[in-house]
Design a protein around this ligand. Structure first.
Ligand code: NAP
Length: 514
């Protein structure tokens, strides 16, 4: 069992009690009383707070953090140790003492003395707020030797997600109760995967703004979005690799499907900074770590890196992904085999066919205007030229339109020329009209003729300005969510060889976009 602890970090007792009351409503396993946050701290204040939490039957860790390791107020060592020993004699479940201070002879003697006459357990902790420990494994061994019975807590600050793998390795090989976490945006997955790897606990914040360490996840998010209670050592892992990635709807969509369909799997946001080299290292770390990672969705800016990786080191590359020049789906198979696919294409083509109620061959010779020449435009152009549509690409940067057009043997023109299009199918593949610029449209209303079909790949908002114009002109409309849903369903099938619950995906998207 891995517990969830919520830190209580108030500057006075009244606020601390209010935080305790609020935290309890989220059903944490433990509260961490960060007494270093209390102003003018005294032992009496600790007693009052402990009596209050005891009256709520709430297990607690008492911490009075050294300012050199993230403590809030600059209290002297004597007072900090007096607080911890008093907490032990008052029956606190855990006290947290920094390993660095525990090595001090007097501190060691005082803590050992207090623990000898109580049931309190010691958490020995080490923090690095500026980077990674020089040698995480060696520090753990040192702390283990110093006190084999303690719970060993090591917390550091990764500069990149690749720095998280040392935490995973340590948790997999631990020989004691251990807490190993990486702070900040690059360490978020260590807080979630703590459960799979059998850490003693993870820390969660009361809400999105109450974190006491950077990167802490709100307890409700941990429980609902990441399905904390369902994570087991055997849980299969998936995720979306991107930068940025926090806004991605994919974790909500996939985790809701796993929940609804009773699948023991977890989908994570993977913030991967850097370029191809860091991407390669990440995939290699994933494979070497043997942590049950089975597949990834890949988004901006890594689709070309994923293609490149599979071309050089992978086992199978879908031909269409090679033609499009982008991989948005990676499958990690048995025997560490990595294969690459592109489901943006299938998602877009499915969305068009189903909205127009035509088979893809009915698009043969149909005039299509593609607005944009980026990654999504490439997928659309590849798909539509595959079925023989007659395509004109319009783009702000004409050079990009020209090069895409030459590759797929289509026409091209500068963006303003799109206002004169008579195409029967118009597809917006730019970000024009995307939240927050919801009043923008790549085309004026009068360009759209009745009976035309207009597909906006933008899905936030669902009904863009362009689609509002199209409705007013009695044109058929296809929104970006249709493509998004279908590409996610195609990924689900690649990942798990089974169909996703389409209704669940629709429900999740609507809930998150409205
Ligand atoms: P991308 O590779 O960065 O390409 C962006 C395209 O938009 C380029 O053609 C760019 O023109 C054009 N553009 C951007 N801002 C513009 C502006 N202010 N005026 C004129 N043109 C502008 O991005 P992408 O991956 O193709 O994604 C494009 C859009 O597709 C996204 O914004 C998203 O809304 C949508 N999308 C939808 C799905 C889905 O499943 N429905 C999936 C992914 C993306 P230049 O070449 O001149 O820069």
């Amino acid at each position: 069992m891995t517990d969830i602890a919520i830190p209580i970090s108030a500057s006075n007792l009244t606020d601390a009690k209010a935080q305790v009351e609020l935290a309890i409503t989220a059903s944490p396993d433990i509260l961490e009383l960060r007494t270093d946050y209390l102003q003018n701290l005294t032992a009496d204040m600790l007693d009052e707070l402990l009596a209050f939490t005891a009256s709520k039957n709430q297990p607690v860790i008492v911490t009075c953090r050294d300012p050199r390791q993230g403590g809030q107020n600059d209290y002297p060592l004597d007072l900090r140790i007096a607080i911890l020993t008093r907490a032990a004699s008052a029956g606190a479940d855990f006290i947290d003492c920094e390993y660095e201070n525990y090595r001090n002879e007097d501190t060691f003697a005082a803590i050992r003395q207090a623990l000898s006459s109580s049931n309190t357990r010691l958490i020995l902790s080490a923090h690095d707020f500026s980077g990674c420990f020089k040698d995480l494994g060696a520090l753990y061994e040192e702390m283990l030797a110093a006190d084999p019975e303690a719970i060993h807590k090591l917390v550091y600050t990764p500069a990149h997600i690749n720095d998280c793998f040392q935490a995973f390795k340590l948790l997999k090989n631990k020989r004691s109760d251990a807490i190993v976490l990486a702070m900040g945006p690059h360490g978020v997955i260590t807080r979630i995967l703590a459960k799979k790897l059998g850490a003693f606990l993870t820390f969660a914040s009361l809400d999105e703004i109450a974190e006491t360490a950077p990167g802490q996840i709100a307890i409700q998010t941990l429980k609902s979005l990441y399905r904390w209670d369902n994570i087991t050592p055997n849980t299969r892992l998936f995720g979306v690799i991107g930068n940025p990635v926090a806004h991605s709807l994919s974790p909500a969509i996939f985790n809701a499907c796993f929940d609804k369909q009773g699948i023991d799997a977890l989908y994570l946001p993977i913030l991967l900074a850097g370029e191809g080299d860091q991407f390669d290292s990440f995939i290699e770390n994933v494979i070497d770590a043997e942590m049950d990672f089975h597949g990834f969705s890949v988004t901006i800016p890594h689709k070309a890196h994923a293609l490149d990786y599979v071309e050089r080191k992978g086992d199978y590359l879908e031909q269409l992904a090679a033609d499009i020049g982008a991989v948005n789906t990676l499958k990690i198979g048995f025997d560490r085999i990595v294969s690459g696919y592109n489901t943006d294409y299938a998602g877009a083509m499915d969305a068009i066919e189903s909205a127009l109620a035509v088979g893809k061959h009915s698009l043969h010779s149909v005039d299509v205007a593609i607005i944009g020449a980026g990654g999504v435009a490439r997928a659309l152009v590849a798909g539509l030229s595959d079925v023989g549509a007659s395509i004109t690409i319009y783009n702000r940067t004409l050079e990009k339109a020209k090069s895409l057009a030459e590759e797929f043997n289509c026409k091209y023109a500068p963006l303003p020329k799109a206002h004169e299009t008579n195409a029967r199918l118009i597809v917006n593949c730019t970000s024009i009209g995307m939240h927050p610029n919801v009043e923008d449209s790549p085309l004026p209303q009068e360009t759209i003729k009745p009976g035309t079909a207009v597909f906006d790949t933008v899905y936030n908002p669902l009904k863009t300005k362009l689609l509002q114009y199209a409705e007013q002109q009695n044109a058929k409309t296809i929104n970006g969510a249709e493509m998004f849903i279908r590409q996610a369903m195609a990924q689900f099938k690649i990942f798990l060889a089974k169909d996703a619950d389409e209704n669940q995906i629709r429900k999740t998207i609507l809930k998150n976009l409205l």
